[in-house]
Design a protein around this ligand. Structure first.
Ligand code: ADP
Ligand code: MG
Length: 546
């Protein structure tokens, strides 16, 4: 076996460790959720790899997670008989942050403990959370399929360096030994461990056993703390809201409850079970191109992959959940998912399902407002991306409007208010809500009492370019050329000497000058020609380098 070597943590890891130890103190118990979650991932991976290579679990032990309390040594150990790690796995996984965007993540930290704790969870720096409660962490591991001489020991006090050495290890799998800080000795209490496991990890699909060594009159004991069934395989009526919420936190690393969920078993030609969640809060990387998105994919309860993005369109990337499709081949790869017929069908069905969830959520405008403020911008992308569901998405949009200057309105509410003789839905694009409200373009609409939707999100202009009409009523830009507001367009243009003079002197700047009845208080305003790009769109294209 190799000799003991000392490595330095990547600079960002040191910074992160320091921050974590100091900012996550009030949520200390999450370390257990994170370590159990890693142990569960390791059992998932072993089960998956043994499909191709049954010899990997030749020794026959059922996958399990074992927590061991040693009061004398002051240690809590989280062990699994999962996939394990070899030396390079250990150095790569426990000494660096494999994910890109560490800097971006650190830049997001606010100093507010609660917020930062949520960020850290979402970012998935789970393993390092061990240092919140431990002043020394020892990992002993051996990769499944390797011999007992190939064990590895990793050790660190979280101060910038870690050591790695070869050891002999009888069993494959991993043990994480936490040398608890003095102020974290409450995690040596079985009662405390039970409570934390109940709260965060009850639905883990492998048994979590707690071993308590003999003490006083009490003998050594072992108990299973969780129910150890795949939650999504249980009938809906047997799963409590708390269980759904706790499972949500497990798969999302979120701290907050989900807004809502939908759990369905679809039978027939194409069988699958889905459990989809709407989070209450946007993750910090919602707009990063390389952010993780998608569902956890299982085939017959065997974990296949995280972030299977083929099951939902891009504009629903905020949805979290699990899909178990028993008819997919177990060796399915990302590439295969891409153009696998059944996947396309499931995706279409799940898309409809999510839009239904949103519709249901929107029955409660207050609750929907919370969703809209977090994810409205992303949902708008669907108007352009998903022609099949455009009308359903449009019904979910919310707009500021001249009717509702403080709040927001929906297209359906606009249509209900609209007088029968008004033929269009009017909207105005502007950079900010107040610029929209103060626009001279609104004068004639105000005068005539016509409602105008006020669009000031950067995506709005792009979005409305895909939304010609809603329920057969045209959407019309209030700032564009001709309006059908019984205005005598271009009235007496040629005879008007002022118009002629302005045309002459502004020939370089504008295409045309017209007299209008649009304006009530302002003497003049600029309008876009029918075929011209608006200012938001122009800026978006410029920003994209076009
Ligand atoms: P994440 O779980 O999001 O990948 P973590 O910081 O929790 O991030 O873990 C980092 C990596 O360390 C894991 O991806 C995995 O490769 C490895 N790892 C951690 N714990 C275990 C374990 N018990 N068994 C095998 N590998 C592990
Ligand atoms: Mg993890």
């Amino acid at each position: 076996s190799t000799e003991k070597q000392t490595h330095g943590f990547q600079a960002e890891v040191s910074r992160l460790l320091h921050l974590m130890i100091h900012s996550l103190y009030s949520n200390r118990e999450i370390f257990l959720r994170e370590l159990v979650s890693n142990a569960s991932d390791a059992c998932d991976k072993l089960r998956f790899q043994s499909l191709d290579n049954p010899a990997l679990i030749g020794e026959g032990a059922e996958p399990a997670i074992t927590l061991t309390i040693d009061k004398e040594a002051g240690t809590l150990t989280v062990a699994d008989n999962g996939i394990g790690m070899d030396e390079s796995d250990v150095v790569d996984n426990l000494g660096t942050i494999a994910r890109s965007g560490t800097e971006k993540f650190l830049a997001q930290l606010s100093g507010d403990q609660k917020k930062d704790a949520q960020l850290i969870g979402q970012f998935g720096v789970g393993f390092y959370s061990a240092f919140i409660v431990a002043d020394k962490v020892t990992v002993e591991t051996r990769k499944a399929g390797s011999d007992k001489a190939s064990g590895v020991r990793w050790e660190s006090d979280g101060q910038g360096e870690f050591t790695v050495e070869g050891i002999e290890r009888l069993q494959p799998g991993t043990a994480v030994i936490l040398h608890l800080r003095d102020d974290a000795r409450d995690f040596l209490d079985p009662f405390k461990i039970r409570q934390v496991i109940n709260q965060y990890s009850d639905h883990v699909a492998f048994p979590i056993n707690l071993l308590t060594p003999a003490e006083g009159d009490a003998e050594e004991s072992s108990e299973t703390l969780n129910s150890a069934t795949a939650l999504w395989q249980r009938p809906r009526q047997e799963v409590s809201d708390e269980e759904y919420q706790s499972f949500y936190k497990h798969i999302s690393h979120d701290f907050q409850d989900a807004l809502s969920w939908s759990h369905n078993k679809v039978e027939g030609a194409l069988e699958y079970t889905s459990l989809l969640y709407l989070p209450a809060r946007a993750p910090f990387d919602l707009y990063h191109r390389d952010a993780n998105r998608g569902l956890k994919l299982y085939v017959q309860r065997v974990f296949i992959m995280d972030d299977a993005e083929q099951f939902l369109p891009q504009y629903l990337r905020f949805v979290k959940g699990v899909i178990d499709a028993p008819d997919l081949p177990l060796n399915v790869s990302r590439e295969l998912l891409q153009d696998y017929g059944p996947v396309q069908k499931i995706r279409a069905a799940l898309t409809k399902r999510v839009l239904q969830m949103l519709k249901k959520l929107s029955n409660d405008e207050e609750q929907y407002k919370a969703f809209w403020s977090q994810f409205g911008q992303v949902l708008k992308e669907g108007i352009g991306e998903d022609a099949d569901n455009r009308e359903a998405i449009a019904a979910l949009l919310r707009f500021a409007s001249t009717h509702e200057e403080e709040g927001v309105t929906r297209l359906d509410a606009y249509l209900e208010r609209k007088p029968a003789e008004q033929e269009s839905i009017y909207y105005l694009l502007a950079d900010t809500p107040s610029a929209a409200l103060n626009s001279p373009h609104l004068e004639v609409f105000r005068k005539k009492g016509i409602e105008v939707l006020l669009l000031s999100d950067p995506v709005d202009e792009w979005m409305v370019s895909y939304l010609d009409s809603y329920k057969d009523v045209k959407l019309v830009n209030a700032a564009r050329g001709e309006l059908d507001l019984d205005e005598a367009a271009g009235e007496a243009e040629s005879d008007n000497p002022l118009v002629a003079r302005l045309k002459d002197s502004l020939a370089e700047q504008v295409e045309s000058v017209r007299a209008t009845r649009r304006l009530v208080d302002s003497p003049s305003c600029l309008v876009l020609a029918e075929d011209q790009l608006g200012p938001q769109m122009r800026r978006m294209l410029e920003a994209a380098g076009q």
